[in-house]
Design a protein around this ligand. Structure first.
Ligand SMILES: [Zn+2]
Length: 63
């Protein structure tokens, strides 16, 4: 899929040669004060967010 002209957030790129495949788990109970600090563009069916809060950071994948 090609990025749209109005896209402002980054899109996924090809996996790097030394990438690590993640095991996606069911979401934990919502953490208080979690905020997304980076995210991929919402024009694709899957959005990834880097969330931080309460001394933790995690990736959230939304399909
Ligand atoms: Zn986009």
């Amino acid at each position: 899929m090609m990025p749209l002209e109005e896209c402002v957030s980054p899109h996924l790129v090809m996996a790097q040669r030394d990438h690590v495949r993640l095991d996606w788990r069911k979401p934990y109970r919502a953490l208080e004060r979690v905020r997304p600090t980076a995210w991929t563009c919402a024009c694709w069916a899957t959005v990834y967010e880097l969330c931080e809060g309460g001394g933790r950071a995690f990736l959230r994948r939304t399909i």
